[in-house]
Design a protein around this ligand. Structure first.
Ligand code: CA
Length: 242
């Protein structure tokens, strides 16, 4: 996999901030200041990750993202949005962005989101490579998920999940640290033609949470208000028996 990062951003200060910090981490970076050129490079070259500003001169970030996905380019995309731009975030995620960062952002957040998105995309590559055999296990903190058997082991104990709860958990667990919209969960777990509405997603997540919180603390499903959910894995807290 390429270690090259493409930054499509017309604000020099933001572009420099991303470039500087990712270079420090060993990535090769490339900055493009407009959407059309960014799209061209993204289609014709191989990048590990693309940072995409939404408000760009000429072709905006939404169009870039849409055309990119239409062209079958699966490179992970992190959109760069203004503060308080929830609708932009939702639209970006719907168009196939993998995550977002709100400007202004700190270095720690930039690096954390970058590595989470890369981890996910590398996991998917590995999974595709392993798709032909062997029992698949997803291990996150105290949680082990066996996708083929619909079984979950939590802190050494089997827990009972309803099929839809299992599917929600599996989808989140395959994308740790990534914000998943309710729409995504609806479409993947219930299918496009389901009429029940997003409330159904919330009910299942809430029930799932209760089951996961019974006896451990390392895996949590966080709510992202107005957007959806993400599964977070933390190191075991030093305090016993919270
Ligand atoms: Ca801009």
């Amino acid at each position: 996999m390429s270690d090259k990062v493409l930054i499509i951003e017309d604000e020099p200060t933001i572009a420099r901030l991303v470039t500087y910090n990712l270079s420090q981490e060993g990535y090769e970076t490339e900055v493009v200041g407009n959407g059309a050129e960014g799209l061209h490079n993204a289609i014709h070259e191989d990048y590990a990750i693309i940072f995409l500003d939404l408000m760009l001169p000429g072709m905006n970030g939404f169009e870039v993202l849409q055309k990119l996905r239409q062209n079958g380019v699966k490179t992970p995309v992190i959109i760069l949005t203004a503060r308080n731009a929830e609708e932009e975030v939702v639209q970006g995620l719907k168009l196939g962005a993998d995550d977002y960062i709100t400007k202004p952002f700190g270095v720690a957040e930039l690096l954390a989101r970058t590595s989470a998105v890369l981890r996910r995309s590398r996991n998917e590559e590995t999974k595709e490579a392993e798709a032909s055999g062997g029992e698949k296990v997803i291990a996150l903190g105290d949680l082990q998920i066996f996708p083929d058997k619909y079984e979950v082991l939590l802190n050494g104990q089997w827990i009972t999940l309803r099929p839809k709860e299992f599917e929600v958990l599996l989808y989140l667990a395959e994308r740790p640290g990534i914000v998943i919209t309710r729409d995504d969960l609806m479409n993947v777990v219930w299918g496009f033609d389901y009429i029940g509405g997003q409330r159904t997603v919330d009910v299942h997540v809430s029930s799932l949470r209760k089951k996961l919180e019974l006896n451990q603390q390392t895996v949590q499903i966080e709510s992202i208000r107005g957007v959806g959910y993400k599964l977070m894995v933390s190191r075991k807290a030093g305090l016993a028996g919270r």
